[in-house]
Design a protein around this ligand. Structure first.
Ligand SMILES: N[C@@H](CCC(=O)N[C@@H](CS)C(=O)NCC(=O)O)C(=O)O
Length: 244
């Protein structure tokens, strides 16, 4: 099956969690909203699916078209892909465990996003800068270490190289992206936190070295971080400076 991924064309964002699973499984896929470049052809196709007459319309990207199915919600898409491409255990207990880890990663992603939009997604960052500085500093101080410690504990207790134990899953690919995003947005906090979570850092390196992922990271398909979910505002990273 040739999958179609739909996600905003200029940021890695939540689309990247799906992209990493698609890249790692090696199957061909279309990144539809990026097609046609500045002509906007791909974006129009994405907006048509969101605003059209689908029986199961997605609320927001990312979503995946697999044959006639349109599947949205990042963790839901990965649940689907994981089962079909050897990126999740076959037994139900294992599948639910990996899904649970993915939902925890989704919680961390939402919190990271909400540091620069603490009042509302509907307002710009500039409209909530003082609140964002407070939210960012609390996230950097308290929540980043808490999330990383949790994944460190999972890796320790699992006794293997991956979150699920001996075999890689989509949750490992997602933890790679979470670490990458947090390093970009909160470099100071991450430098501090990662000193205590060597297994998480080693997992990040192990994923980056997977041949298909390494090839993807070196390709133009990989988008740089900028002003998406993971944004670098020094004042949010606890440098004591003024919010910019
Ligand atoms: N829980 C959803 C969140 C989806 C989401 O918030 N997508 C963002 C981009 S990363 C979006 O376009 N949101 C539009 C909106 O919420 O109005 C998921 O994990 O996929």
């Amino acid at each position: 099956m040739r999958y179609e991924l739909y996600y905003w064309p200029s940021i890695p964002g939540r689309g990247e969690f799906v992209r990493l699973a698609l890249e790692d499984s090696g199957g061909p896929y279309r990144d539809v909203a990026r097609e046609g470049g500045s002509s906007g052809r791909g974006m129009r196709a994405m907006m048509r699916l969101m605003g059209g007459f689908e029986k199961h319309p997605p609320f927001a990207p990312p979503f995946l078209k697999a044959g006639k199915e349109i599947i949205a919600q990042t963790a839901n898409i990965l649940l689907y892909l994981g089962a079909r491409h050897g990126l999740a255990p076959k037994a139900e207990a294992g599948r639910l465990w990996i899904h649970q880890l993915q939902l925890t990663i989704a919680d961390a992603v939402a919190e990271a996003h909400n540091t620069h939009h603490p009042i509302s997604v509907a307002l710009t960052y500039e409209e909530q800068k003082p609140e964002a500085a407070g939210a960012g500093q609390a996230f950097a101080r308290g929540r980043i270490p808490k999330f990383l410690d949790y994944f460190e504990t999972v890796l320790t207790r699992g006794g293997g190289h991956y979150l699920g134990g001996a075999r890689v899953s989509y949750a490992d690919l997602s933890l790679f992206h979470l670490v990458e995003g947090l390093r970009f947005a909160f470099p100071r906090a991450m430098q501090r936190a990662e000193k205590k979570t060597p297994r998480v850092s080693a997992l990040r390196d192990r994923i980056a070295a997977r041949p298909r992922i390494a090839a993807y990271l070196a390709s133009p398909r990989r988008l740089p971080f900028d002003d998406g979910i993971f944004r670098h505002y020094p004042a949010l990273d606890g440098d004591g400076g003024k919010a910019r």
